[in-house]
Design a protein around this ligand. Sequence first.
Ligand SMILES: Nc1ncnc2c1ncn2[C@@H]1O[C@H](COP(=O)(O)OP(=O)(O)O)[C@@H](O)[C@H]1O
Ligand SMILES: [Mg+2]
Length: 383
Amino acid sequence: MHVTHLSLADFRSYVTAEVELGPGVSSFIGPNGQGKTNLVEAVGYLATLGSHRVSSDAPLVRMGADRAVIRAAVVEGERRQLVEIELNPGRANRARLNRSTQVRPRDLLGVVRTVLFAPEDLELVKGDPGERRRFLDELVTARVPRLAGVRADYERVLKQRNSLLKSVAMARRHGGRGADLSTLDVWDQHLARSGAELLAQRLALVAALRPLADKAYERVAPGGGPVGLEYRGSAAEAAGEDPALPAGPASREELAALLLAALAEVRPREIERGVTLVGPHRDDLVLRLGPLPAKGYASHGESWSLALALRLASYDLLKEEGPEPVLVLDDVFAELDARRRERLAESVAGGEQVLVTAAVPEDVPSALTGTRFAVADGGVERE
Ligand SMILES: Nc1ncnc2c1ncn2[C@@H]1O[C@H](COP(=O)(O)OP(=O)(O)O)[C@@H](O)[C@H]1O
Ligand SMILES: [Mg+2]
């Protein structure tokens, strides 16, 4: 699929922007701080309903404005669609699909598909487990959009369960018995059900991604692999089992039983601390290069190559399974040496739509220049 028109109002630094896009490569060139990332961030938002840079919507709304709008016309084969989202920080966002307002933001998922690679992705390798969980969950949702509902359910149940645990913990501290523990049992059931679904999707994803990540790393940094991906489950660990869960198809019932067993195991500690200690929100994806974990061992260059390989693998996976995603390469060439630049360019230049940003044109390999846009002074102009 590809985006044929992007329209912004009060998004980030843009009062308005109207950008006509074609298939193939488009490059956005301009000095730092002029709004290149803001532009591709908007495209990414339509695909994931989130920003790759910030976790709340407030910074996405132009300073002084009270809402932002991102609109895109999208083509997939013969089909044209119009998607629109209005960001209202502190209130519900509003969506439109093909001019219908009878849709939730979540219903837009799957229309725009993107894989975005940006300097922030170094955190996939070096950062906290939360970065890798977000990576998995965004990709799971791109593969199976209904997972957005499961993720929202899980988050909601987790929040309610945590506040119940907190109130029990408080009451105990003050000598009371607190809330009825049977209520906690009910929340455990809910948590196990949506948690098992999310876990199953993550495990299936890890299995699908493994061979692709290994191949992509070989393309980016020949001879430096193999790449290993291992899903570590907090529930298995708490239940006294091997935390490395087998990637691949898994039974929801077994995963739910595992979660329930782990919750039973940690309950005294949870009541003491007032927080849910096991479940998908505490899991990690361990990345390896050869025998060593990447985090803490890989060099800067290796970490960077591994992050890139994960994104290229995501791109290959989505392409295999459905409409080809838009590939976004945000300011990544300055970090790559000439050889890796050329390799990356070769491996993505034939994509249906590739959006590239860079501060100076010299950073962009010639195969990835495509249609050039200048980004400066709050505007985007086709050159
Ligand atoms: N909500 C906002 N309101 C106004 N300006 C913003 C907002 N968010 C970011 N900016 C501005 O956008 C600029 C950064 O744009 P960005 O797209 O990241 O730059 P680059 O071209 O280097 O990728 C900064 O100057 C920043 O002040
Ligand atoms: Mg930028």
